[in-house]
Design a protein around this ligand. Structure first.
Ligand SMILES: [Zn+2]
Ligand SMILES: [Zn+2]
Length: 182
């Protein structure tokens, strides 16, 4: 589906709905490219305002995101909210600071055509939780060898670095003392 709208269309219709699927395989996030596991369903309403227009709506899908602890691919449900106010570039200086602060997502425009898929991507990115876990009690990876501790809960690592040398000195001293005692 095409998410492009023309300013002339907005001015003519005043208010209209856009509904459909966002046709992309996945999305680029900080951690890398994440696949969509379900169709990305989008509902949007575009409404003309006195000076510009607003875009509101929601986006629903499921993405495949690595677990923050064990890195296994994890299904993450996305319920994103689309919220933006479009104002003409000429308004940039006219809007009072206080008003700017109270309004969240303001986009100043000078073009006459808008690609609203940018708002869809934005809503998905914002909706990704800060912490993604494959399960609340994910045990993560062994810090020494990287074994997945969910798969090997009884893992006893043989890659643990050698005991601190200070310990060895103490051990030697202890042995020396013991040998003297005998
Ligand atoms: Zn995990
Ligand atoms: Zn290990």
């Amino acid at each position: 589906m095409n998410w492009k709208v023309e300013l002339a269309e907005i001015e003519k219709k005043k208010r209209f709905f856009l509904e459909g699927e966002f046709e992309q395989d996945g999305i680029d996030l900080d951690i890398g490219y994440c696949k969509f596991l379900e169709p990305v369903k989008v509902k949007m309403v575009v409404a003309k305002t006195k000076d510009g227009f607003t875009v509101g709506g929601y986006v629903r899908t499921v993405i495949e995101h690595p677990c923050d602890r064990c890195l296994e691919p994890t299904r993450v449900e996305i319920n994103g909210v689309i919220e933006a106010l479009y104002l003409p570039e000429s308004m940039r200086k006219n809007v009072k600071e206080e008003k700017l602060e109270s309004l969240k997502n303001i986009i100043y425009y000078h073009e006459t055509e808008f690609d609203l898929s940018e708002r869809i991507i934005e809503a998905i990115v914002v909706a990704v939780p800060d912490k993604v876990l494959c399960s609340p009690d994910c045990k993560g990876l062994c810090p020494y060898c990287g074994v997945n501790l969910n798969e090997e809960p009884d893992h006893r690592c043989d890659k643990i670095p050698v005991v601190d040398s200070r310990f060895e000195i103490l051990e030697k001293l202890k042995k020396n003392l013991e040998s003297k005692e005998v």
